[in-house]
Design a protein around this ligand. Sequence first.
Ligand code: SAH
Length: 225
Amino acid sequence: MIEQSFSGIGMTSSRTRERLIQRLKSQGIANTEVLERIRSVPRHIFVDEALASRAYEDTALPIGFGQTISQPYIVALMTAALIEDHPSEKRLDRVLEIGCGCGYQTAVLSPFFCHIYSLERIPILLSRAREHLRQLKITNTTLRAADGWGGWKSEAPFQGIIVAAAPEDVPEKLLAQLAEGGRLIIPVGNRSWQNLLCITREGQDFRQEILGKVKFVPLLGGMEN
Ligand code: SAH
């Protein structure tokens, strides 16, 4: 019964998911492990039942509190950018996610890293995320209700930091928590124009690449009650 609810029927079936994978491929996502992961994570369990039939459309969907579950293309792009150039048999050590939301990106990231640390400023979303990850038996995560602007100093350095909400400038504290060779994937800009950046630490220097134009919710300060 549980297995069936994950594999889905009708608009959540394997055929519907295959269409999404073909779309991501046609948009340039080439990493086959990432595509397989997007195919296997049941995105419909992360959204309200009323939206389940739209879960495999390549769009962001509301998850409450004015927040959204990220668009699959963006989740695939960010995940691929984090793991690129690393041999697949050697999992990266640890990654920090800022903006856990409903936990979908966390679930997609889970097989690629030994451990995922994730911060979310809205406690109710975080408890829902915990429940989703528990349902999927994903255990290599530590989730915390906190403002992500300062990163997670006691667990740093990270080989990857992935940010699911946009600040106007790159937070210095996140750069400081990157391991040597580590990557920060972050949307930067205002409400109408943002670039998705991939910033790699090289000693005391940071190399920056623009992955594309994106539209994320803003990275807010402080906690939501
Ligand atoms: N990762 C989610 C996307 C969630 S949308 C997914 O898989 O679909 C972005 C999330 O960032 C929201 O839940 C929002 O509450 C959170 N957020 C915004 N500013 C934040 C901050 N300063 N610290 C932590 N989380 C933040």
